[in-house]
Design a protein around this ligand. Structure first.
Ligand code: PMV
Length: 326
């Protein structure tokens, strides 16, 4: 059978998906808008082999990693779609630290879904791939697309998928990704989604979220960076408030995260336009325009609690690879 490899970019949500209205299908409570990140990529190779007695999954050189269960579940969905009962060998690696809030599950499950489906001879378009990826990890449905992406929440399995709003080339935005600790986060985002509506602020957030999505899309359309930056920073602080006030409460921020957030505001006071955002986890994304990128990166590298800085830009969709991981 065919050996297939794909590379997919992780993304950063500008308006976050937080909370699910259907746990099993991973239907989100609200829509989201994100941009793909060229420099944060997962590569995955899949080959189905008749002689295997179970799926052999290796992620970042480790077998039996905590994500293995979800990988096998996604392979099950794909086998069912293809009407085949054959196990797979899967190898996957990231070029950035996983499980630290840099969304490795979004790129990982996008690459896995595309590689495994093609390896079993399934042929389908972007919409179907997005629906299938969503079932493994919500944000993965956006990462089969690329560029600036919107995921409309939808009301059913088939109507909840992501679509490109603009290609990466539409607007050259930069993301200076600041790694403050490589240590893995303690609470998974799956658990966080379950707790979302225990926060007393969640209902208020949900009432206004469609309007926020429209404002963010308009700022992208008109390429207004100041408007976008302000909205994105407000959004992440609202999201952090939900995390802090959920029951049980979740404190993802570390000292390093706060140091970066303060430094970004300090830069703005000096006339450097930069805005922060985060996913779950403690690492911080700093958005800026190309002409400010070097200045922002230099400032971040100079902070005492910063371990690593990854400079990246808006990425295209997944790529099929000729080189395999085994
Ligand atoms: O796709 P999940 O279950 O890893 O959830 C992603 C949640 C956030 O990263 C916080 C927001 C988002 O839209 O990516």
């Amino acid at each position: 059978m065919r050996k297939v490899s794909y590379s997919a970019s992780a993304d950063i949500a500008l308006v976050k998906y937080w909370g699910k209205k259907d746990e099993k299908l991973r239907l989100p409570e609200n829509g989201s808008v994100a941009m793909s990140l060229d420099g944060l990529r997962t590569e995955t190779t899949v080959e189905f082999r008749e002689e295997l007695e179970e799926d052999e999954v290796e992620i970042e050189g480790v077998k039996g990693e905590r994500a293995r269960g979800r990988v096998v579940k996604q392979l099950e969905r794909i086998r069912k779609k293809a009407g085949r009962e054959v196990y797979a060998k899967v190898r996957s690696r990231n070029n950035f630290p996983a499980s630290t809030g840099l969304s490795s599950s979004s790129s990982g499950f996008a690459a896995l879904t595309l590689a495994a489906s093609e390896a079993l001879g399934l042929e389908f378009g972007e919409k179907e791939a997005s629906v299938l990826a969503r079932k493994a990890s919500g944000s993965a449905c956006r990462c089969v697309v690329g560029g600036f992406v919107e995921w409309r929440e939808g009301e059913s399995d088939e109507s909840s998928y992501a679509k490109q709003i603009y290609p990466a080339s539409y607007w050259d935005l930069r993301d200076v990704v600041v790694v403050v600790e490589k240590e893995k986060k303690k609470t998974s985002s799956s658990e966080g989604h379950r707790r979302a509506d225990s926060s007393l602020f969640y209902e208020v957030r949900q009432k206004r979220i469609d309007e926020k999505i429209e404002r963010v899309k308009k700022a992208i359309k008109e390429k207004r960076f100041t408007s976008l930056g302000k909205l994105v920073e407000e959004e992440v602080l609202e999201f952090q408030s939900i995390l802090l006030t959920s029951r049980p409460s979740e404190l993802f921020l570390r000292a390093g995260s706060l140091q970066v957030m303060r430094a970004v505001r300090g830069l703005r006071k000096k006339g450097v336009e930069a805005y922060f955002t985060m996913n779950t986890g403690h690492n911080v994304h700093v958005l800026c325009l190309p002409e400010q990128e070097e200045r922002v990166a230099k400032e971040m590298r100079g902070l005492s609690l910063v371990e690593k800085v990854i400079q990246t830009k808006v990425g295209e969709g997944p790529r099929k690879l000729d080189k395999h991981l085994f």
